[in-house]
Design a protein around this ligand. Structure first.
Ligand code: PAF
Length: 297
């Protein structure tokens, strides 16, 4: 596995593959501190492509001024071991100065409902930072396929829109949310949780399950009971504070007036020092995708 830290080196490497007719490149962009969810993306990319590139870059542009950029967990040595074990060929680890050199001033700014509600409302500028860095990475790596986790449902929807709107020649693959045995969605930010907050953090999946059950009891009705069920579960957990609970269309993030598929139940809450997000999806066929537990099929 090659570790490449500069854009010049990556561009040279990529040109070599194109010249050698290497075939399809799969790409897994990450911010590091990798867990089984990231590794499932790398393993899928390995299975579906001739060459696999991952990136590790804690992207300053997607953090707000009062967010956790400085404390975001990092462990490059462990990440590299895990990526190598997953069969990754090249890891790109640029510095902020490489990605945003002096004078950098061109950003990709998503608009519309997708960039107005939920994560976009709580974290202004977040998706501008995500779209900008992901488009830069796509331009450098030029992957045939790129792999993302369903846990970041709004990021997935925003990036799908960006790829369609800007005619970016890449196929986005979205894999199920990977969960701990007790249902907590895997996240690098779970490392902020002490034991009591860690136990309380299952409130997100408990709320989503309650919302899904209320949804099932009232399909074609208004979303009020599903929303109330989610809010009640969070209100009953003293260590958690709700940012939002929502029922929306997973493609547009427009709120649903009546419950129907496809639907996304999304939640964000603060538990102790961590801000956590999670979601479950009712797909077009009417089945719930709740994610999967690491190690189980
Ligand atoms: O999902 C993430 O880890 C980040 O938002 C991404 C896609 C790597 C862009 O920085």
């Amino acid at each position: 596995m090659r570790v490449i830290a500069t854009i010049d080196e990556l561009v040279g490497e990529r040109a070599g593959w194109a010249g050698a007719g290497t075939g399809a490149v799969g790409f897994v962009p990450t911010m590091g501190y990798l867990h089984a969810g990231h590794l499932s993306l790398a393993e899928r990319a390995r299975a579906e492509n001739d060459m696999v590139v991952a990136s590790i870059f804690v992207n300053p542009a997607q953090f707000g001024p009062n967010e956790d950029l400085a404390s975001y967990p990092r462990d490059l040595a462990r990440d590299l071991e895990r990526l190598e074990a997953a069969g990754v060929d090249v890891v790109f680890t640029p510095t902020p100065e490489q990605m945003y050199p002096a004078g950098f001033s061109t950003y990709v700014v998503p608009e519309g409902t997708l960039n107005a509600r939920l994560e976009a409302a709580v974290r202004p500028g977040h998706f501008r930072g995500v779209c900008t860095v992901v488009l830069k990475l796509f331009n450098l790596v030029r992957p045939a396929r790129a792999y993302f986790g369903q846990k970041d449902a709004q990021q997935v929807a925003v990036l799908r829109r960006m790829v369609a709107d800007l005619n970016v020649p890449v196929e986005l693959r979205v894999l199920p949310t990977m969960r701990e045995a007790d249902g907590l969605a895997m996240s690098s930010r779970n490392s902020y949780l002490g034991p009591e907050d860690r136990a309380a953090a299952t409130v997100l999946i408990r709320a989503l399950r309650a919302g899904a059950a209320a949804f099932d009891a009232n399909r074609d009705g208004p979303p009020d009971a599903a929303l109330a069920a989610m809010r009640t579960v969070v209100a009953d957990e003293p260590r958690a504070t709700l940012d939002y609970a929502d029922v929306c269309d997973p493609r547009t993030f427009a709120p649903l007036a009546t419950l129907r598929s496809p639907a996304l139940l999304a939640i964000a809450a603060r538990v102790g020092p961590a801000r956590l997000i999670d979601n479950v999806v009712l797909d077009e066929s009417g089945d719930w995708n709740m994610g999967r537990v690491a190690g189980e099929n």
